[in-house]
Design a protein around this ligand. Structure first.
Ligand code: ZN
Length: 169
């Protein structure tokens, strides 16, 4: 057998994995492989390599799908938390405004009476309204300082995020 025959056989074996081989070429290759150990070995190696590559491709796809899904879930959770944060800020603002109005109203209504009973001058009542407008904000700021992240960013955020997810379902 000539070197050219082996080269032709190697070329056909290599191409066989990737493309359709003409019938006359296949007819020529089969008897060559039957008589040439070297080329037969190369053909076997090429076949098993092709099998391994195909099986890797099959097992890689679900892994890739899982990774992609996990990334999408993480992104969705992040967006939910962002939205929950905005809702929490809005709620905090409303609570702050309402409690400011309420405490100022209470002082305006009962401040004079309290001042009289405690023995303060009634001149303190009017500036006192300003103090009671600011008082809830001071209390909320104090609470935020005392319990910073765990309460306001942890469970509450997740709770709001979960609630939002629940609404959609
Ligand atoms: Zn050969």
């Amino acid at each position: 057998m000539t070197n050219r025959e082996h080269e032709r056989a190697i070329d056909l074996i290599t191409r066989r994995g990737a493309e359709e081989i003409a019938a006359p070429d296949t007819a020529w290759l089969e008897p060559h492989l039957a008589t040439c150990d070297e080329c037969a070995e190369y053909a076997a190696l090429t076949n098993s390599t092709g099998r391994i590559l195909r099986s890797v491709a099959i097992t890689a796809s679900p892994a890739l799908v899982a990774t992609t899904q996990a990334r999408l879930r993480a992104r969705a959770t992040y967006l939910h938390e962002q939205r929950a944060r905005m809702v929490l800020i809005a709620i905090s603002f409303c609570i702050g405004a309402m409690s400011s109005a309420l405490s100022a109203w209470l002082w305006w209504r009962f401040g004079g009476w309290v001042a009289r009973h405690v023995g303060l001058s009634s001149a303190i009542v009017e500036p006192g309204i300003l103090l009671f407008l600011l008082l809830p904000a001071v209390v909320i700021a104090g609470l935020l300082l005392a319990f910073p992240h765990p309460i306001f960013e942890g469970s509450l955020m997740l709770g709001l995020a979960g609630e939002h997810e629940g609404e959609k379902r």
